[in-house]
Design a protein around this ligand. Structure first.
Ligand code: PMP
Length: 423
């Protein structure tokens, strides 16, 4: 049967948009097929509700930028505009500002990474590096392996390039090597083309776990033997609470790993500056893709960050952030122990997130409207899987609310969860 397009022409019922689009949209039949997976993420839909001041939001992953030294940043901005205004306000290199790429090598050295600033490509946040990398590597139907659960907005990108996301299970020591081998063998036997393994090995979003020192070489070996590129996403590695986390995977393997970093969590996400460190050939393609997408990343943001790294005690500032987040994590865990002692949760050694498991029979997504009525918000676990798992989980972020708000939020959450169990 044929349907009439609003803007003229006809289309058959078989069109993929016919089943996924919105009939009120006059361009409903014109969207590219790859947009069929582009639904507002559960995290995004929550932002509007959770940003009401009376709601304690344990949902978003916003860094606590109020802990930044405002006066120092003001001075940095002023200096950049006074001394380098014409450069800051101009287009720049598609690869990114050279001095900043050198400074990024110093930042990555803290996690055991060495290499050449010539292999760094600066992007508009690491989110944009994920987009560019996906554009380079994913053809429709390709398999992307990722931990289960995984970072929601990376999966949105993978799906927008029509990848099939396959989750590999984790435990408290991170991705399970045997499970990775099994998945690869099964997918290969089914004739699937596996393009890369996307992994957040340190202080995982959303699971809050870290891939152990022992498993790291094992994961890299499995990837190498199966010719699978590793995409290492590491926004949280420097935000450890006690002992420094293990060195990055990229510290152990250069050719088979593309590493993504960002200033969003160690400085501020508003600058939108992240980067990729890639083997030469991939780096070349990333630069071309970056130029095609944005011409050049923001010169202004890059120069401000470069000046900040030059002048400010940025290591000390990261230490301040560690203290802030450690206190919040401890508050969250002690509130959970007090108000919800029968549940289980992860105990992150760094980063922003705790992953909570609900009792059998409860559904975190169905429970959310009630939680918001009780003035607390979280992210349902299903948001972090491509395949509907995670119904009994939720991600709790401790990065943004104050310790007092965290306690109130967990108390409210306990009212909701205990109320559900009484139903
Ligand atoms: N990867 C992960 C795992 C993240 O948690 C985030 C931010 N929440 C990003 C990438 C994107 O960060 P940005 O674009 O701000 O660098």
């Amino acid at each position: 049967m044929e349907k009439r397009r609003k803007n003229g022409g006809t289309v058959t019922d078989q069109g993929s948009q016919a089943s996924t689009g919105n009939n009120l949209d006059p361009w409903y039949f014109n969207y590219a097929e790859r947009t069929s997976g582009l639904a507002a993420s559960e995290v995004r839909a929550l932002f509007a509700v959770a940003s009401r001041p009376e709601v304690v939001s344990l949902a978003g992953g916003m860094p606590y930028v109020s802990a930044l030294p405002q006066d120092i940043l003001n001075g940095t901005l002023e200096k950049v505009m006074r001394e380098r205004g014409p450069v800051a306000l101009q287009y720049g290199s598609g690869q990114g500002h050279e001095r900043l790429r050198e400074q990024i090598m110093e930042v990555m050295a803290l996690e055991g990474i060495s290499g050449s600033p010539g292999d760094v490509v600066i992007t508009t946040g690491s989110q944009h590096a994920l987009e560019l990398f996906s554009k380079l590597f994913i053809d429709p139907g390709d398999v992307v392996l990722s931990e289960g659960p995984s970072y929601v907005t990376a999966m949105v990108i993978f799906k927008s390039y029509q990848a099939q996301v396959e989750h590999v299970p984790m435990d408290e020591h991170g991705l399970i090597p045997e499970a990775l081998s099994e998945h690869i063998a099964r997918l290969k036997a089914a004739g699937k083309r596996i393009k890369f393994l996307y992994t957040i090995p340190t202080f995982h979003n959303p699971a809050g776990v870290t891939l152990s020192e022992e498993r790291r070489p094992e994961i890299l070996r499995i990837a190498r033997e199966n010719n699978i590129l590793v995409l290492e996403d590491n926004p949280y590695g420097l935000l450890y609470f006690g002992k420094k986390g293990p060195d990055a995977l990229r510290a152990q393997e250069e050719e088979g790993v593309v590493y993504l970093g960002t200033f969003s969590k160690t400085l501020a996400p508003g600058f939108r500056v992240g980067w990729a460190l890639a083997p030469h050939a991939i780096r070349e393609k990333l630069i071309l893709a970056n130029e095609a997408a944005v011409l050049s990343p923001s010169s202004f943001s890059q120069l401000v960050i470069s000046e900040y790294l030059e002048q400010a005690d940025w290591r000390g500032q990261i230490d301040t952030f560690r203290g802030v987040y450690r206190e919040r994590k401890e508050t969250m865990l002690s509130a959970l122990a007090e108000y919800l002692p029968e549940l289980s949760w992860t105990d992150p050694a760094g980063g922003f997130y705790v992953w909570l498991t609900l009792p059998e029979g409860l559904d975190s997504k169905a429970m959310l409207p009630r939680a918001v009525r009780e003035l607390v918000a979280y992210t349902p676990g299903t948001a972090f899987y491509a395949d509907g798992q995670g119904g009994r989980n939720m991600r709790l972020s401790f990065c943004y609310p104050t310790p007092e708000q965290i306690r109130v939020g967990i108390r409210r959450l306990s009212t909701v969860i205990n109320g559900e169990q009484d139903l």
